[in-house]
Design a protein around this ligand. Structure first.
Ligand code: URA
Length: 463
């Protein structure tokens, strides 16, 4: 037996190093015991020299490493062993990482999703309480995560609340930021964090005005915002992002009602969007102008998923603003749906095209690109938690279900999703633009509107 001892619960690099050495030495999964605590052990202590790695390296698909990075934070004690088993399998058979039917891969993906959800919960619901210390105001928050996600979230809180001095206390570990350095401390008890919330009211008012562009323009808000908030309020860190994304946000209509779900939900979505702007998870980012992220109220009960941004969306940085978007808007209006109240996103966030002379011709995203981009849409779904998700066309359906489906087989009825939402499938509006025959185009348009009406009725019944 080989004992692999990792220093802390969520140490991905330590797991990766140990797993690599064990794999190189040809150690099977059932011959390894994974333990937490103290120093990393000599994995081959007591073994003969032949068990030490002879080959120096091997590679595994990047999606596996991304998956492992999340799964390592899960509370399941078997996670390291499960990951090591999967590592050996994808090393020998890299295509396995795309096999949605593989039970172990499914299990690991569910674990990764639970971790991601927990990460977002912490971002959305952690609330700082202000306390007066010897060196002025300090902010302290108590949070009890389900998984080992505190370190994974540290960079988010440092970036968001860089100008404050804060501590985040959790049962396993505490984080302390003094404005310059992040320090880690032992776990704490709820009683160590102050009660009450002097920040809360200001926080809510601030969010209610800042994120409802129908009520206040960002420029006006910036002028009117009392300076003292600029210094202290955590949300101040959002301002550069707000200005940059002002146009998207005007349409986004992040309504005041979202505040009910915790002011940080907006910050979590904002951070997700910012992260997605840097996405390099598949090669499509290389030729596209920018990431086109979803937009709409984060508490929308209805989410539409398109295929990918087109030429105009790629330039504008917003989904469904080109010809297909206009068709979509028209049909939604006819079905009695208000675009400002739904969340609209795409399965793939970068424009894929072929250059033909001066024209950029749409190219269909492949299974790998759709899979890579599920990383974002799943997190959008986790944050928005829509009751109904509508897939527009086959690519969107593949993304929502995680497997290929035939539109005609699934159209027109509800399909339960694992998160409690239900999925509906209809055609993509660009399909309507391609139909040459006028009569046929009109009939298909009517069917599309009828689908949207059905969805609208369903949402009304569910909320
Ligand atoms: N088609 C899509 O699927 N999405 C867009 O954003 C635009 C066109």
């Amino acid at each position: 037996m080989h004992v692999a001892r990792l220093p802390v619960e969520d140490d991905f690099e330590a797991w990766r190093g140990a797993a690599r050495d064990l794999a190189l030495a040809g150690i099977p999964a059932e011959a390894v015991i994974w333990q937490i605590g103290a120093q990393r052990e000599d994995l081959f202590g007591g073994e003969t020299a032949e068990t030490r790695p002879a080959v120096q390296s091997f590679s595994v698909p990047r999606p596996f490493l991304d998956l492992a990075r999340s799964v390592v934070c899960h509370v399941d004690r078997e996670r390291f062993a499960l990951l090591y088993t999967m590592l050996l399998r994808v090393r020998d058979q890299p295509g396995l990482i795309e096999d949605r039917t593989d039970p172990l891969l499914r299990r690991l993906e569910i674990m990764a999703k639970e971790v991601r959800r927990d990460i977002h919960k912490m971002r959305a619901f952690l609330r700082f309480r202000e306390i007066e210390g010897e060196r002025g105001a300090r902010f302290v928050a108590w949070f009890e995560p389900t998984h080992h996600i505190v370190r994974a979230n540290a960079a988010f809180f440092v970036n968001r609340f860089a100008s404050m001095r804060w501590s985040i206390l959790t049962p396993d570990v505490s984080l302390h930021w003094d404005g310059e350095r992040l320090r880690e401390g032992p776990g704490a008890a709820r009683a160590d964090a102050p009660e009450g919330d002097p920040v809360e009211e200001t926080w809510k008012t601030y969010y209610a005005s800042i994120f409802n562009p129908a009520r206040v323009k960002i420029g006006t808000m910036l002028k009117e915002m009392p300076r003292r908030y600029w210094k202290n309020m955590p949300e101040t860190a959002l301002v550069p992002g707000l200005i940059a994304g002002a146009q998207a946000r005007e349409t986004a209509m992040v309504a005041a009602s979202r505040v009910e779900r915790g002011g940080n939900a907006v910050a979590a979505w904002d951070a997700l969007r910012e992260e997605a702007l840097e996405c390099t998870r598949c090669p499509l980012f290389k030729d596209a102008t920018q990431t086109v992220f979803g937009e709409g109220p984060i508490d929308a009960a209805l989410m539409f998923v398109g295929e990918q941004p087109g030429d105009q969306e790629d330039l504008a940085g917003r989904p469904f603003v080109g010809p297909a978007g206009q068709m979509f808007d028209r049909a939604m209006e006819e079905a009695g749906l208000d675009r400002a109240r739904v969340y609209v996103t795409n399965a793939v966030k970068h424009f894929k095209y072929e250059q033909r002379g001066k024209r950029r011709i749409h190219a269909k995203p492949n299974a790998g690109e759709i899979q890579a981009c599920r990383w974002w849409i799943e997190q959008e779904r986790d944050l928005v938690r829509p009751k109904v998700v509508v897939a527009l066309g086959a690519t969107a359906a593949r993304s929502v279900f995680g497997k290929a489906v035939t539109i005609t087989n699934v159209r027109g009825r509800a399909h339960p999703l694992t998160d409690g939402a239900e999925a509906w499938v209809t055609i993509h509006p660009s399909f309507l633009l391609r139909i040459q025959d006028r009569g046929e185009a009109d009939a298909e348009y009517d069917r599309f509107v009828a689908d949207l009406r059905q969805v609208q009725a369903r949402v009304a019944a569910l909320v």
